[in-house]
Design a protein around this ligand. Structure first.
Ligand code: SF4
Ligand code: SF4
Length: 482
């Protein structure tokens, strides 16, 4: 029997089944223990430290107690603390990105994804470099600066050389004032050598969803193909970091297994990365199973209601305070609005989840990976965010300034957000407003920028930001950053 060991490189030891079961039993036994819950909440609360504040975070056991607790006033307190943490480390900024599907060829048999090999009626498509150019131009014309590329696992159709060539193509396109400044990559688990190649190609975050941390469920849900190998998949982030990738993004597909099991596994994975590599995950995504061609989410009997989904988001925010949290257009406007308050720091907008979807006037469904619940345009999402008092940000500065991994984390922990992320958000929002926004969005946006500029604490930073904003408005100069 594998023994729990957070620093082990063996999947069954750092995501240890017995440890998860004991954690869940401990959480059940203590879910009404008010003194313990209060002490965990006190530990989680942001504490003043120098000019900024610090958060201790929580262990998977402590966080699992909070998740199990169903005392309404304690849940309210969790939401308040999640909001405080969000404000302390991320302010009211929300970073925007879009997925770009390169190919839906896939040799795996994942039971929850329409791209699985046995789905013979879905149209298969792989973008040529010319088609990628067209998609990227369409994305730049929407105003996007940050993409997450997606491709199925297929060594013949989507080899690593194809992915690398596609990344080069994406970075090379500058249409009008547009540019994609950060390409995050969501492709199958691969070798250290291939991760090195991705690192050398200048990717941002490497994202790989675990889908489920329960080995038995994992093997049943992935009956065929290379993804069937649970250890290979679960140990992928260690190989990615060994290959030089500092920023990795975790996530599970909520609805496949019991959410409490996934939650504990996810936090153990984060603890493992911190213990072994000195830096936790850059982001955590919280997708839920959705309807798609050939996939009926009702067959997975672990679907989670919206209220529980909110609680999961708040508890992740509290447990890993410095990690970015992502919610996609799988979720509708109402859920996204509530999730933003509780800790989400990145959202996709104007997404098309089909291969080649951005160059078509109507949302195509023939190659779609999942139904998009939030179907608003990027401009509508940007305006909506501002009306809800969030600053839409297209910032990619850290990656471009080499602030990745622990250097990014120290920026986050130093409380310099108002002097760094905040001005970057305002400058990139100005770029968006000048180059792409509708008149109605411009009106709301410029007013917001005027007010938000006043909140930059350092006089010098505020002056420089104001100068750069004027330069963006009055010239073609772009890409200012701190
Ligand atoms: S989830 Fe990924 S690996 Fe699985 S079938 Fe879909 S594209 Fe392929
Ligand atoms: S400055 Fe860095 S941490 Fe802040 S928003 Fe930009 S990329 Fe993110």
């Amino acid at each position: 029997m594998a023994v729990y060991n957070t620093t082990s490189l063996n999947a069954d030891e750092f995501i240890n089944h017995e440890e998860i079961q004991e954690t869940l039993a401990y959480a059940d036994a203590h879910k009404n223990d008010i003194d313990l819950i209060d002490s965990i909440l006190e530990k989680a609360r942001p504490q003043k430290s120098g000019n900024g504040c610090r958060c201790a975070g929580l262990t998977h056991r402590e966080a699992s107690v909070l998740l199990a607790c169903d005392i309404p006033e304690k849940i309210e307190r969790m939401y308040e603390i999640a909001e405080e943490i969000k404000q302390a480390f991320y302010g009211n900024r929300i970073v925007l990105f879009a997925p770009l599907y390169l190919s839906n060829y896939c040799v795996n048999g994942c039971l929850y994804c329409p791209y699985h090999l046995k789905n013979k009626h879905i149209a298969r498509k792989k973008l040529t470099q010319e088609e990628i150019r067209e998609e990227v131009i369409a994305l730049q014309d929407m105003g996007h600066k940050r993409l997450a590329i997606e491709a199925g696992e297929d060594p013949v159709n989507n080899p690593i050389e194809y992915i690398l060539e596609s990344i080069r193509t994406i970075y090379s396109i500058n249409h009008k004032n547009g540019a994609i400044r950060r390409v995050n990559v969501n492709i199958a688990a691969t070798t250290v050598e291939n991760y090195k190649k991705l690192h050398d190609a200048g990717i941002g975050t490497y994202i790989l969803f675990q889908e489920t941390y329960n080995r038995k469920s994992y093997e049943e849900l992935h009956p065929t193909g290379p993804k069937h190998d649970y250890s290979w998949h679960t140990e992928a982030m260690d190989r990615a970091m060994e290959g030089g990738i500092d920023d990795v993004g975790l996530g599970v597909l909520f609805g496949l297994e019991s959410y409490r099991y996934e939650f504990a596994g996810l936090l153990m994975h984060a603890e493992h990365l911190e213990a072994v590599h000195g830096v936790g995950p850059h982001t955590i995504s919280v997708p839920r199973v959705k309807h798609a061609d050939d996939i009926n989410p009702d067959v997975f009997d672990n679907s989670i209601p919206d209220e529980m989904f909110k609680k999961i988001i708040a508890c992740i925010r509290i447990a890993v305070p410095y990690t970015g949290m992502i919610i996609s257009t799988r979720e509708g406007e109402k859920v996204r609005e509530e999730a933003l308050k509780l800790g989400i720091s990145q959202i996709s907008g104007g997404s098309r989840t089909s291969v080649g979807g951005y160059t078509q006037a109507e949302r195509p469904h023939d190659t779609e990976q999942f139904d998009v619940s939030d179907q608003r345009t990027l401009d509508e999402v940007v305006k909506w965010l501002m009306e809800k008092d969030h600053i839409p940000s297209f910032c990619t500065a850290c990656y471009r300034e080499g602030r990745t991994g622990d250097r990014f984390m120290s920026l986050c922990k130093s409380g310099q957000i108002l002097n760094c992320c905040h001005p970057n958000a305002l400058m990139t929002l100005t770029e968006y407003l000048v180059d792409y926004a509708s008149d109605a969005t411009k009106k709301v946006g410029f007013k917001m920028i005027e007010e938000e500029l006043k909140k930059i604490p350092k006089d010098k930073v505020r002056e420089i930001t104001a100068e750069h904003i004027e330069a963006i408005k009055n010239s073609d100069r772009r890409d200012f950053r701190f």
